[in-house]
Design a protein around this ligand. Structure first.
Ligand code: PCA
Length: 199
């Protein structure tokens, strides 16, 4: 059984996405469990098939999905996903859904299955501030989080963490950022915390 970590390709006219760049910083194994990483398309029609194929190929024992939240200065642990797509900007395929369910007839909201408070405490000990977020938005990140929580068996911990801009994005436009190395350290700590809870 493996750990699956995903990021997203760049979107919204940016040339870089820290959630994609961070994948290269992950070790091949964590606590004896193989780590598989993949980059998802920012495309509401293609991302579900890509996600389903990853789950079928790897049957992960833990799934952590990552994306960029451009306007947030800290890492944010997403508490819930809602069954709604409503895009402010088109995705990379030009799709622009409004008021559309992700899974028609599915529950309105699904709660993260990651030990969020324990992860947050672990980060705080390491000097990495973070926030608990009550909304993953209504774009691709929320969609992937909702599908993860719907499709993976209930005993598989799954959830979403939004990453802030990193130094590459801050160099392109002045803004608050967290160095990519610190973000990678935080994600490694989060994965270790989740695996410890499973052991
Ligand atoms: N962030 C977007 C989608 C891709 C990404 O990295 C989001 O927050 O929905």
């Amino acid at each position: 059984m493996k750990v699956l970590v995903t990021g997203f390709e760049p979107f919204a006219g940016l040339a870089h996405n820290p959630s994609q760049a961070l994948l290269a910083h992950l070790p091949p194994r964590i606590r004896g469990t193989e780590v598989v990483s993949a980059c998802l398309p920012v495309n509401a029609q293609q991302a579900p098939a890509a996600l389903k194929a990853l789950y079928q190929t790897h049957t992960p024992r833990l799934a952590l999905h990552l994306g960029l939240a451009q306007n947030r200065p800290l890492l944010s642990l997403e508490r819930l996903a809602v069954n709604l797509l409503d895009f402010d900007i088109p995705d990379n395929g030009g799709h622009h859904p409004k008021d559309a369910p992700i899974l028609p007839g599915g529950p309105l909201a699904l709660l993260s299955r990651l030990p969020l408070r324990i992860i947050q405490a672990r980060w705080a000990q390491a000097g990495i501030p973070s926030t608990l977020s009550n909304s993953a938005g209504l774009y691709l990140c929320n969609q992937v989080m909702y599908l993860a929580l719907s499709w993976l068996p209930p005993e598989v911990p799954a959830g979403f963490i939004h990453l802030p801009p990193d130094e590459t994005l801050a160099a392109q436009r002045p803004q608050a950022y967290v160095p990519l190395k610190t973000q990678a350290q935080a994600i490694l700590l989060a994965l270790e915390t989740c695996l410890e809870a499973l052991a």
